[in-house]
Design a binder for this molecule. Structure first.
Ligand SMILES: CC(C)(COP(=O)(O)OP(=O)(O)OC[C@H]1O[C@@H](n2cnc3c(N)ncnc32)[C@H](O)[C@@H]1OP(=O)(O)O)[C@@H](O)C(=O)NCCC(=O)NCCS
Length: 146
């Protein structure tokens, strides 16, 4: 069974979250999770999907700045994909944003994940640009609270 948890950078699960992000989001690009990636994370919302052995199999972060919310670092390990974990994480991230009375959320999505985010109601609001060596799009969604 998969369960969802909000964790903090002080929790032991943070190390597992970082290991997952490194493995899913950085190493396949020949990169490593960097100091830049980790900056300010103690003030961000961290949501982790865990299996019944306590492994972190998926995660997403939300960074807040004034009245803006940005979803970042969405990752689901390969063996756990196509089971709704990505959507489960995104829905909880949106709830955390709405709970702060913020109605607009942005993200820099990989072009390869565009269809995933569009299914969730996100729209591309930029041209394609390069981030961490690969094509990305800025995407946005207005949350209704419904
Ligand atoms: C993108 C990612 C988070 C999706 O996670 P997931 O747990 O497999 O997603 P879900 O099972 O919740 O998928 C929900 C729906 O989106 C679809 N979907 C998943 N990945 C997709 C993709 N890359 N493009 C288009 N649709 C996609 C699924 O088929 C499913 O559709 P359905 O509801 O009609 O069956 C995961 O593939 C991943 O970690 N990829 C590598 C890292 C990455 O790209 N992160 C996001 C970059 S910003």
């Amino acid at each position: 069974m998969i369960s969802y948890h909000e964790i903090s950078t002080a929790d032991p699960e943070y190390a597992l979250e970082k290991e997952l992000r490194d493995r899913v989001l950085r190493r396949p690009l020949g990169l490593r999770l960097s100091e830049d990636d980790l900056r300010g994370e103690d003030e961000q919302v961290h949501l982790a999907a865990m299996d019944d052995r306590g492994r972190v199999i998926g995660c997403v972060l939300v960074a807040f700045s004034g009245n803006a919310a940005k979803v970042r670092q969405l990752a689901v390990e390969e063996a756990s994909r196509a089971r709704g974990v990505g959507v489960g994480l995104m829905k909880r991230a949106e709830q955390a944003i709405l709970a702060r009375n913020i109605r607009t959320v942005t993200l820099h999505g990989r072009v390869t994940a565009r269809g995933f985010f569009e299914k969730l109601g996100y729209t591309a609001v930029s041209d394609v640009f390069t981030e961490v060596t690969i094509p990305h799009l800025k995407m946005q969604k207005n949350l209704t609270g419904g």
